[in-house]
Each structure stands twice: as C-alpha cells, then as structure tokens.
Design a protein around this ligand. Structure first.
Ligand SMILES: NC(=O)c1ccc[n+]([C@@H]2O[C@H](COP(=O)([O-])OP(=O)(O)OC[C@H]3O[C@@H](n4cnc5c(N)ncnc54)[C@H](O)[C@@H]3O)[C@@H](O)[C@H]2O)c1
Ligand SMILES: [Zn+2]
Length: 409
C-alpha cells in the first residue's frame, strides 16, 4: 500500500487505499483511491559567457553567434539601453541598428530606460519594458538584449522572464559590478514594498556578453563597485583571487585595466561556476555563500534610501561580517585586518552614518531570513577563501562589530 519510489525507474506511481472515518455521510464511497505520482525531471541549461570589446562593431560576430545558436530564422530582437550608456556612447544605438542590418537580423526597435536603482524602484519602468516587448511582437524564439548596469539588467530581465512566461534574454552588462557578478546570475527582479528584489524570478539568461570597452565611461564610484563583489567571491571561495585583488588594489583604484580586467573576468567565472557546478542554481536550500555580507548590504541600501550603491553597501557588509567573524573567534584577527585594509585600498568606506541605528540595521537579519525562508543561514569567514554557515547572530558581538567600524571611520 505504501508508494515505492525506486531511483532510476522514472515515473512511478502507486495507489493508496484510505479507509473512511466513522462519521462520513453514507453516500460517500467507503473506500477512496489516491494516485500518487513522483517523477523527478531535469532541464538542461547552457551558460554562454563571452568577453569582448565593441560588441556592436560590424566585424565583431560575438553577439550574432550567440543569437544564431537559438534560432534558425532571421533573428528578431529588441534592444534596451541604459540611458547612461546611450548618453556616454552617443553612436551606440545607431551602431546596434547597423549591426542588426549587416548580420541579417530584423532591424530591432531600440528602447532607452533610466539607469540606476530608480529603474527597480519605479514600477513604470517595468511597465515600459513590458509594453515595448509586447509592441515589438517578441515571441519565445526572439531575443531581448539588455545593455546596462545591474539595475537595468534586473528590470529588463524580469520583463523578459514574465512576457509570454519567458522570452530569451541576452545580457550585455556595462558596469564592473554587472560584468563581475550580476550579469552571469540567474536572478532578476525589482524592489517592492520597500524591500530589495521582492519581485523577481530565477531565469538563466540565454547569453552574457561582457563588452569591456564600455567600462571606460563609468564614474569612479561605479567603477569601484564591482570589486566589492569580486572581493566577496574571493573571500568565500578563492584565496588566490583575494590575493590578486589585494596586490592590485591601488592600481585597480587608479583604473588600470591590466590589473582590473583579469579580476572582473575571474570573478565572473567563479560566479558562473557556482551556478553551473554548485548544485543549487535556483537557491532552493538556505546556504548561499555568495550572499556573504549581503544581509547588511540590502538593509543599508534601503536605510539610506538607495543613496549607497549596491557595491558600496556590499563593501560595508563585507567589512561588518569579516569583523563579526573575528569577534566570534572564527577568523584570525590578522586576516580580518587584511580584508578591511584591502577594502579601504580599493577606495571603499567601511561605515555609513545610517549604521548608528543598529536596531534597524540588525532587523535586516529577519528580513534576510524571511527572503531566504527556513532557518537563518549566513556565511561567515574562518579563513580567506574559506566560509562556513552559521545560524544565529550574537547581538552583542554584532553591535561591537558596528562600533569597531564606526571608530575606524
Ligand atoms: N540579479 C543579480 O543576481 C544581482 C546580483 C548583484 C547585484 N544585482 C543588482 O544590480 C544592481 C547594481 O548594479 P550596478 O552596480 O551595475 O549599478 P547600476 O545599474 O545602478 O549602475 C550604476 C550607474 O551607472 C550607470 N551606467 C551603467 N553603465 C554605464 C557605463 N558604461 N558608463 C556610464 N554610466 C553607466 C547607470 O545608469 C547607473 O546610473 C543592484 O540593483 C543590485 O541589487 C543583481
Ligand atoms: Zn551583490
């Protein structure tokens, strides 16, 4: 009578017979059959990541090749630009149209969206993206190409994921942060109810094309942001990456591309490998090492009304959780100091005045837990390149860690 689920036998089902209780109406069948089907299945995904320069130059076939992999017909696309990118690169929309024409694509409509976190806070931006996808008659064999920072990629990615229940998305990240981290991620979304990324989906992109030439027009502030995420992935997964950032920190801050671009590439590859090989691409279990430092980061973004950039908030979150790891005796204080020093060398502040309200900041732990579901699970450091999950935070040590950063300034 019990169902038997035997590995390797695909779809099995069983029949249970349930005896009725004593007070069931007499017209009800005495015995009821319940079918139970348990059929695990998997769907293969491919992650396509390309590094290039001048992706819309006529002689660069990178974009055309990834798009052609997905369709036998003349590719139909719509291109969304982050406004800051189309302003910093005035010829880029024309180049995209010319590229489409010379590669035999249906000439795409070009849309421009406001850049930055505001695009995730204002539902009108999502609406604009959805309407444009609708009006361009994008179907499930067509492509949405999003060119921009992490915020524009998130909102366009969300629109692409829900239009027709999911159309193909090619991300062309244009910030250090989106090239080092979010571009290869499988998440998208917008902020709602005052919470970061409250609405969104897990949907792997069709392809990610990192155009390194576009980074030249970033402000110094946005240039710096990606290295917080690169440092994060080094801290939890790869001491060699951490050490290469540590050695090159001053050159990275001076925007020396020979020092910076290898770090961005390595970070993107580590993030990608975590998704493709880590066994939990859609984050169904609570352990999320790549969210190191993020409980505080997300709360600080919200507490500062998004005046702190995501990367700046992550840098503070890394400093806080590194200090906490030392305070609870997990991490050697000398290693903790190396992390804080490296963040400062990259040009990050390790404290924001909003942190004086430590009660509100620490409430971010509950929100983070609610977002993940299940028990609180946070990555902490027991060495550089070596993280461990913990399930509770000692409030006194957390407050002392905040105080430590306040005094350091
Ligand atoms: N989906 C994910 O897995 C994931 C992961 C990490 C971060 N994120 C999200 O990414 C966002 C942060 O992304 P970000 O750091 O790229 O910031 P951003 O998208 O806010 O961009 C920063 C600023 O740079 C401008 N900009 C973008 N490219 C430019 C260029 N080439 N030249 C000049 N200006 C340019 C933008 O318009 C914006 O004003 C946050 O919303 C964060 O939550 C998502
Ligand atoms: Zn992040």
């Amino acid at each position: 009578m019990l169902s038997a689920i035997m590995p390797g036998f695909g779809c099995l089902y069983s029949r249970h017979s349930r005896r009725s209780g004593g007070n069931i109406r007499s017209s009800y069948p005495v015995q009821e059959q319940v079918r139970s089907i348990h059929a695990p299945f998997s769907v293969p995904f491919v992650h396509r990541l390309r590094f290039t320069r001048d992706a819309f130059a006529a002689e660069n076939h990178t974009l055309d090749e990834v798009v052609r992999e997905g369709t036998g017909r003349s590719p139909r696309v719509i291109v969304f630009f982050d406004r800051a990118v189309s302003e910093a690169w005035p010829g880029i929309a024309t180049a995209a149209r010319a590229y489409a024409a010379s590669h035999g694509w249906e000439v795409p409509p070009i849309e421009t969206l406001p850049g930055g976190e505001e695009s995730k806070n204002d539902p009108a931006v999502l609406e604009q993206a959805l309407r444009a996808i609708h009006d361009a008659k994008i179907d499930r064999q067509s492509f949405v190409i999003a060119v921009g920072g992490g915020a524009v990629l998130d909102v366009v990615g969300y629109a692409a994921a829900i239009a027709h229940r999911g159309v193909r998305l090619v991300r062309l990240p244009t910030t250090t942060l989106s090239q080092a981290d979010s571009g290869v991620g499988v998440k998208n979304g917008i902020n709602a109810f005052g919470k970061k990324n409250y609405l969104g989906t897990f949907s792997p992109p069709w392809a990610v094309v990192n155009d390194e030439a576009l980074l030249a027009t970033l402000s110094d502030r946005d240039w710096r942001c990606g290295f917080a995420e690169a440092l994060k992935v080094g801290l939890v997964k790869d001491a060699v990456l951490f050490e290469s950032i540590e050695k090159a920190a001053a050159r990275i801050q001076r925007r020396d591309e020979t020092a910076a671009l290898p770090v961005i590439r390595e970070s993107a590859e580590l993030h990608l490998r975590h998704i493709t090989e880590g066994g939990d691409p859609f984050e169904l279990i609570s352990a999320r090492p790549l969210d190191f430092g993020h409980w505080a980061a997300h709360k600080l973004e919200q507490m500062t009304d998004f005046q702190l950039r995501h990367g700046e908030a992550v840098a503070i979150g890394l400093a806080l959780d590194t200090t906490y790891s030392v305070k609870i005796g997990l991490l050697d204080p000398l290693e903790g100091e190396r992390v804080l020093h490296c963040l400062s060398e990259l040009g990050f502040r390790l404290y924001d005045e909003a942190m004086a309200d430590s009660d509100t900041l620490l409430a971010g732990l509950d929100e983070f837990c609610e977002h993940l579901g299940g028990a609180l699970t946070l990555a902490m450091l027991r060495g550089i390149g070596n993280s461990v999950d913990i399930h509770e935070i000692e409030p006194r040590c957390a407050r002392e860690s905040i105080e430590h950063l306040a005094q350091r300034g």
